[in-house]
Design a protein around this ligand. Sequence first.
Ligand code: GTP
Ligand code: MG
Length: 360
Amino acid sequence: MKTGIIGLPQVGKTSLFKILTKAPVDAAHHNPREAHIGVAKVPDDRLDRLAALYGPKKLIHASVEYSDVAAIGQEALKDTAYATALRGVDALAHVLRAFDDPSIPHVGPVDPLRDARNVDFDLMINDLGQVEKRLERVEKDLKKMRGPELEKEHELLLKCKAQLEAEKPLRELELVPEDRKRLRGFMFLSQKPILYVLNISESTDLGGELEKAVEKFNLKELASRPNAGATAICGKVEAELAEMDDAEAAEFLSSYNLKESGLTRLIRKTYELLGLISFFTVGEDECRAWTVDRGIKAVNAAGAIHSDLEKHFIRAETIHWDALLEAGSEANARAKGTLRLEGKDYIVKDGDVMHIRHSG
Ligand SMILES: Nc1nc2c(ncn2[C@@H]2O[C@H](COP(=O)(O)OP(=O)(O)OP(=O)(O)O)[C@@H](O)[C@H]2O)c(=O)[nH]1
Ligand SMILES: [Mg+2]
């Protein structure tokens, strides 16, 4: 899964990228039009606790790829390389300036809602350009020869055009699966699920401020739209956290009245937005988290591990992670009856631990 970090100049995109991926960023030798790419480990307390039970040789967290691009705007989007880098992502994290700091310039007063709308507008303008270009082509072709597929595409493009001209992003458009498929190749920017990320000021009650931020900065309505969400972080505090070991970090978090790091929340929100869940495989060799779509069947989840497991699937020994911890071992869980055998059509739940039984 790939997430693109976007936002206006100097809002904290690269800072967020560095904290998420812990990747060194060499600003001096970097072409600003090229994206930084890095992988973030998805923090998961459930997996960590399962690993404590098994003491595995390998512990593998789920991961998310992030790309950090230069500041967004209509000019930047005209650059093909820039636009292409963005089109390739599955979701957008839009960093919004919400912190006060007179030494870091910002266009006009701090107003994340205005910025969110302006950038969404830029995304829509870019998509509209694409739609119009394709429409022209399709209309030319239709004059030469009519065909049902071309007519359907024409109708769909007109629908997109109307949506964009009404200044509504394509992510809010309801589409049947066939139309979704028809649009896939365009990789429209305003169609991507978006997480608005408020970068707020440091404060003594940061825990409380983070909770309130979405409401305080008037992002609630925007975040409640289809395929959108919002969360808050404090880039400055997160940057300090990233440098600490776990014990130091825990103490630091509690001194700010925080239960978890903002990054944990940000990644979780991205998961929710994309409709993703995790299930686990455990053992003395390896404990591992797997990322799958919410609503997936056991047999297809097995396929995420290996295609052979999907092909030769018999049953999945399944237990929810907390029931396994409570039982203390799989043998105990089996004796208690909390370890179940599930068939192909079982709908996997977030936090399930599974052993796939297979033939072959
Ligand atoms: N006070 C404060 N400053 C921050 C925060 N986050 C980032 N900054 C500062 O803002 C400046 C820009 O941060 P970057 O992370 O480089 O921002 P960016 O969005 O990547 O900037 P461009 O790529 O140039 O558009 C740096 O000087 C950061 O130290 C924050 O939470 N609080
Ligand atoms: Mg940057």
